[in-house]
Design a protein around this ligand. Structure first.
Ligand SMILES: [Zn+2]
Length: 287
């Protein structure tokens, strides 16, 4: 005897899933249109699909309609929410996001989200959408706001990268009002109320270009120190953004010289407290 439910159950389940997805994407597109545009753009924000990255050069794609791609629309709505939360003087004037750009063979894959420095725009791997939350978006927007340049020299590049990651984490945490950043398997990727304990010995790699540098983790340690000092987007955050925006780093192989050149670009009245902060972050053998 045939068992029609065996055939019917998967069919009903498939239809239910399809209808749930359909509803979801039409809801998304409705929310997108309610923002006042038919396309993924609004004041200070543009989301692109079909962009490509070739030998570091970005070819800009097109701005899809609200109903074209639910992934791009989700990213657009999240970015809009993030932008609306950022105090005006800390908000980037223009944010461009490229969703899953085509990468040429020599271009490394996008690690969830990152900032393309040359164009100062955000790249997103849409396959990692589940790992992208408000804090991720705020973190990337901090990089856009800082628009810092990559210096030459291993030590300068690594210190600058860690400073940028730490400040971007601190920016995201203070603006969202929580120390939990990013998500991996339902847990925060970084919790600024804790210092990363497994970092011991990490600084010894600073000058060794043959060993990977864990810029996010070194940055986390800095962000945790900052979070313990001030939990609102206040004077410390504004000063740090100023330092990053205008820094011209010494490219010598001396960490102390690199840090001093960074501090030289910070507002004069905050320099003393930032020197103390650097001493708490970097081991005394280096600074
Ligand atoms: Zn970052």
């Amino acid at each position: 005897m045939s068992k029609p439910w065996i055939i019917l159950f998967p069919l009903v389940a498939a239809l239910a899933i399809a209808s749930a997805c359909g509803e979801k994407s039409s809801e998304l597109s409705q929310r997108c249109r309610a923002a006042g545009n038919d396309r993924l753009q609004s004041a200070g924000l543009r989301v692109y699909r079909g962009s490509s990255l070739n030998a570091g050069e970005l070819q800009v794609g097109t701005i899809p309609a609200c109903s074209d791609s639910s992934q791009a629309t989700q990213i657009y709505l999240l970015a809009r929410r993030a932008l609306a939360m950022i105090p005006e003087d800390l908000r980037p004037a223009q944010v461009s996001i490229h969703v899953s750009p085509t990468l040429t063979a020599k271009t490394p894959p996008i690690n969830v989200t990152e900032v393309h420095r040359e164009s100062n725009s955000i790249l997103v791997d849409a396959r990692s959408l589940k790992r992208i939350d408000l804090s991720t978006m705020l973190h990337e927007m901090a990089h856009v706001q800082m628009a810092s340049r990559a210096p030459s020299g291993t030590i300068a590049a690594r210190l600058e990268e860690s400073l940028g990651e730490g400040i971007a984490d601190y920016y995201a945490a203070t603006i969202q009002g929580s120390p939990n950043l990013g998500k991996i398997k339902g847990k925060a990727a970084r919790d600024l109320s804790q210092r990363p304990v497994w970092l011991r010995g990490g600084w010894t790699r600073l000058a060794d270009a043959s060993k990977p540098w864990l810029a996010h983790e070194q940055g986390w340690a800095l962000a945790a120190l900052l979070w313990s000092q001030q939990k609102e987007p206040g004077a410390i955050l504004r000063d740090l953004i100023t330092c990053m925006k205008s820094a011209r780093l010494d490219s010598s192989e001396s960490p102390a010289k690199v840090i001093d050149s960074w501090l030289a670009s910070c507002p004069a009245n905050s320099r003393e407290s930032l020197v103390k902060l650097m001493h708490r972050w970097i081991p005394s053998s280096m600074y």
